[in-house]
Ligand binder design. Structure first.
Ligand SMILES: C[S@@+](CC[C@H](N)C(=O)[O-])C[C@H]1O[C@@H](n2cnc3c(N)ncnc32)[C@H](O)[C@@H]1O
Length: 214
């Protein structure tokens, strides 16, 4: 496993520095079914053995670990997040699980990877953390690091959260209309393959394919 630098790159995105509490929030969001949630996301991305995968805004690494289990020894998984605390927790989690994932502190708007490295990019519950301009930079960066016809899976909350409830007590999340996600990806050079509800809270997914150069 590649360990991460400890300094956070500059970003205007909303970076989360409370990694342990984050896992508790996901547990609450999924009513304890967090592993099934990650498996569902891996399936929505149509990940298969051997694929090279990047998780952008990977948080505490649970999805990247599930992705590595899916792509197997012949595949590879990288995860980046702007929060050193998230990357430290993700790295420790993968080591405990005995799963080889490379985590790195980096920002979504300047991905530290060469062009056309990945078959698949995942970005879940992250877009609402970015201002509009940074979202556009991020979408262009995702396109850059994807191989021709590579896929991106974007998942985010479609609606504002209810003001009451246990989850809202700990954290108030933002949201992005799925039509905005489709338009953002379209503008960056993707074609939407499939979209719809994830089945948890107001989460919606968009799976899109990188178009050939225009
Ligand atoms: C709600 S968490 C989602 C984590 C994970 N993807 C998941 O599905 O659980 C959003 C993450 O985006 C990260 N983030 C915010 N701005 C970022 C940026 N510009 N580049 C990379 N990560 C960023 C935060 O630090 C946080 O870990």
């Amino acid at each position: 496993m590649i360990s991460s630098p400890t300094t956070a790159p500059t970003t205007t995105g909303r970076v989360l520095h409370w990694a342990a509490r984050y896992d508790l929030l996901v547990w609450l969001l999924t009513h304890g079914r967090h592993r099934a949630f990650r498996k569902r996301l891996v399936n929505l991305a149509r990940l298969v053995a051997g694929e090279s995968t990047l998780d952008v805004g990977c948080g505490t690494g649970s999805l990247a670990i599930a992705a590595k289990r899916q792509v197997g020894a012949g595949g590879s998984v990288f995860g980046i997040d702007a929060s050193p605390a998230m990357i430290a927790r993700a790295t420790a989690k993968a080591a405990r699980a005995g799963v080889e994932v490379s985590f790195k502190t980096a920002v979504a708007e300047a991905l530290p990877f060469p062009d056309a490295q990945f078959d698949v990019v995942l970005s879940t519950l992250m877009l609402h953390h970015l201002p509009r301009k940074v979202r556009q930079q991020c979408a262009r960066e995702i396109r850059r690091v994807l191989k021709p016809h590579g896929r991106v899976l974007v998942v985010d909350f479609a609606h504002a959260q209810a003001k009451s409830g246990l989850l809202a007590h700990f954290h108030r999340h933002g949201h992005v209309d799925p039509r905005e996600i489709i338009a953002l990806l379209d503008e960056a050079g993707f074609r939407c393959i499939e979209s719809g509800p994830v089945g948890i809270s107001s989460l919606q997914f968009v799976l899109a394919e990188r178009q050939s150069d225009r």
